[in-house]
Design a protein around this ligand. Structure first.
Ligand code: SF4
Length: 177
C-alpha cells in the first residue's frame, strides 16, 4: 500500500467515527465557520458556542486527529472551529506534534493498518446486509441469521477497537479514535 493509500485508509476510519458520533451533524454546520465579513464579536460568541458543543461531542478525538491530518487551520486565520479548536490553535498543535503525526501516518502502512481496513470493510458490509434484510422483511432472513450477523458485527467491532487502541498507544495518540 502506498503512503497516499494508507492516509486515505486511516482518514476513512476517522471519518466513519466522526460520521457516527458528530454532534454538529444534526446542527447547522455554518455555526462552525465564520461568515465572510462577520464582525469579531458575532463570530466570537458563535465560536464559543461551537467549542462548547465540541467539548461534549463523542467524536471529538477522531475529529481532532482528522483535522490535524487534513491540515485544517492556519496560524493567522480565525475562521473555523474543529474538534473544539480554532484554526490558529489547530495550526499550533500540528506544528507541535509534527513528528508524532508523521509517525502516525507511517503507522497506517503497517500490518495492523491493513487489518483495520479489512475489518472496517467487513463491518460495513455486514451492517449494510443486515439493514437491507431488515428493510425487506423476514422472508429474506430469519431472526436467527440477523442475530448471528449482529454478533459478528460486535466481534469485528471489538477487534477493531483492540487494534486501534494498540496503534494509538504506539503512535502516541492516547485519546484519538
Ligand atoms: S468535535 Fe465538534 S466539529 Fe468535531 S464532529 Fe464533534 S461537534 Fe463536529
Amino acid at each position: 500500500m502506498s503512503s497516499t493509500q494508507a492516509r486515505h485508509t486511516r482518514r476513512a476510519v476517522l471519518q466513519a467515527a466522526v460520521d457516527a458520533g458528530a454532534r454538529c451533524a444534526r446542527m447547522d454546520s455554518d455555526m462552525w465557520f465564520r461568515a465572510d465579513g462577520e464582525p469579531d464579536t458575532d463570530w466570537q460568541t458563535r465560536r464559543t458556542t461551537a467549542q462548547r458543543i465540541c467539548a461534549s461531542c463523542p467524536a471529538r478525538a477522531a475529529c481532532e486527529e482528522l483535522a490535524l491530518r487534513n491540515g485544517d487551520g492556519e496560524p493567522d486565520v480565525d475562521d473555523l472551529v474543529r474538534a473544539g479548536y480554532t484554526g490558529p490553535e489547530l495550526a499550533a498543535i500540528r506544528a507541535h506534534q509534527e513528528r508524532r503525526l508523521t509517525a502516525a501516518v507511517a503507522a497506517d502502512q503497517d500490518t495492523d493498518g491493513r487489518q483495520l481496513r479489512d475489518l472496517t470493510v467487513l463491518v460495513q458490509t455486514e451492517a449494510i446486509s443486515t439493514l437491507d434484510q431488515r428493510q425487506h422483511g423476514a422472508r429474506r432472513s430469519t431472526a436467527k441469521v440477523q442475530a448471528e450477523q449482529s454478533h459478528l458485527i460486535r466481534m469485528l467491532t471489538a477487534r477493531i477497537n483492540e487494534i486501534r487502541t494498540a496503534r494509538r498507544a504506539r503512535a502516541g495518540w492516547g485519546v484519538a479514535a
